[in-house]
Design a protein around this ligand. Structure first.
Ligand SMILES: *Cc1c(COP(=O)(O)O)cnc(C)c1O
Length: 368
């Protein structure tokens, strides 16, 4: 069977270094807020081209986004009831981070071509209460444009990037995660830079904001047993930081391998029933966290691939506005979002797929 994502094989590439990293942490007897977190923060800062104090490691990607918004509330930039624009077809975490802070998500339809937020639909969603746009680089594709930059200037909005799926993507020489004011990263094991458990990070341009995030993530305390805010416990384990310091050195190569596979799929899948991802001129703008195709016959197509030994997943089957946790939106209509959720299927893509596996996927898809 061709696995959707073979995490065992991905981590086996670095088994020696990862085991050594674990031994170091165990032997150190120090498990939180230590040298390993400092080292990874500094590596991530170098990766993103920002100073070290602008990077804060946290417990997971959802917390990274929650903490950014909470820090904006604590610093008076936002208040309860303010609106944050977010793509309607994002993963639920982007929306949860907003509602958890008692801010109001304003869902905006994506483009059927890019699957990212439709920049042309943003302006009419802006009201006097709009304080920010949460941009999601969905599936690993950059969701950015000059038009977006003009809009945020015109309305004086913050831009928060949900960069969970796009580490290493570059727009006009600038890394995702540094395009907006602040960004949330996830190192969930299945992400392009995956830990061996949960972890995440906040990256931002404002060192003062980073300090508030760091304090909030440590119970609201910047000095032991003194609490400035009613904060959270959202820290990255030392062992995860140690693993990530090993793996971050390989993420660009792994992204490149993903691009090669995506390129092969795009050049060789010729089945007219299958809609491929829109090609972009600049390869650096996509890191193919997922390779998502569309077809009217999604469920039958998935069953066919399963029967032929190819594992696939749906990202995502139910949009946020149709979820039970957001009952108040269940009757709202977002046709593009709903079409995407009904038609998408993610084919296997990962840096450890063999040439034979990639070829088999193409052949099988073409025979359908
Ligand atoms: C994975 C993901 C998150 C959340 O990250 P966790 O580390 O799982 O909390 C947020 N947004 C998007 C788009 C994601 O893919």
């Amino acid at each position: 069977m061709i696995k959707f994502l073979d995490l065992q094989k991905i981590n086996a590439q670095y088994a020696g270094e990862l085991k050594q990293a674990a031994v170091e942490v165990i032997d150190s007897g120090w498990f939180l807020q230590g040298e390993q977190n400092k080292k990874f923060e500094s590596k991530l800062a170098r990766f993103e081209g920002l100073p070290e104090e602008n990077v804060v490691t946290v417990a997971n990607g959802l917390d990274a986004l929650r903490l950014i918004l909470r820090a904006y509330i604590e610093t008076g930039v936002m208040k309860e009831g303010d609106e944050v624009i977010v793509p309607a077809n994002t993963y639920i975490a982007s929306v949860l981070a907003i509602t958890d802070n008692r801010l109001k998500p304003v869902l905006v339809e994506p483009s059927i071509e890019t699957y990212n937020i439709d920049i042309d639909q943003i302006e009419k969603a802006i009201t006097s209460k709009t304080k920010a746009i949460m941009i999601v680089h969905l599936y690993g594709r950059v969701a950015w444009s000059e038009k977006l930059e003009d809009l945020v200037k015109k309305y004086n909005l913050k831009i928060i990037e949900d960069n969970a799926q796009a580490i290493g993507a570059v727009w006009h020489g600038r890394n995702t995660g540094t395009l907006g004011d602040a960004a949330g990263f996830s190192f969930y094991p299945g992400k392009n830079l995956g830990a061996l458990g949960d972890s995440g990070a906040v990256v931002c341009h404002d060192a003062e904001l980073a300090k508030v995030v760091r304090t909030l993530a440590n119970y609201g305390s910047s000095q032991k047993y003194v609490f400035d805010y009613s904060g959270y416990n959202s820290r990255m384990d030392e062992i995860q930081a140690a693993f990530l310091s090993v793996k971050i050195d390989h993420v660009l190569d792994e992204n490149q391998r993903r691009r090669e596979i995506a390129d092969y799929y795009c050049k060789n899948v010729t089945n007219p029933k299958i809609i491929l991802p829109q090609q972009i001129d600049n390869q650096s703008e996509h890191v193919y966290h997922l390779f998502v195709v569309r077809t009217k016959e999604r469920d039958a197509f998935q069953q066919y691939l399963t029967n032929n030994g190819i594992q696939t997943l749906i990202h995502y089957p139910i949009p946020p506005h149709k979820q039970a946790c957001y009952k108040e939106w269940n009757n709202e209509s977002y046709p593009v979002t709903e079409q995407i959720h009904n038609e998408v299927l993610s084919l296997p893509i990962s840096p450890v797929m063999t040439k034979e596996e990639v070829e088999k996927v193409v052949k099988t898809v073409n025979v359908y």
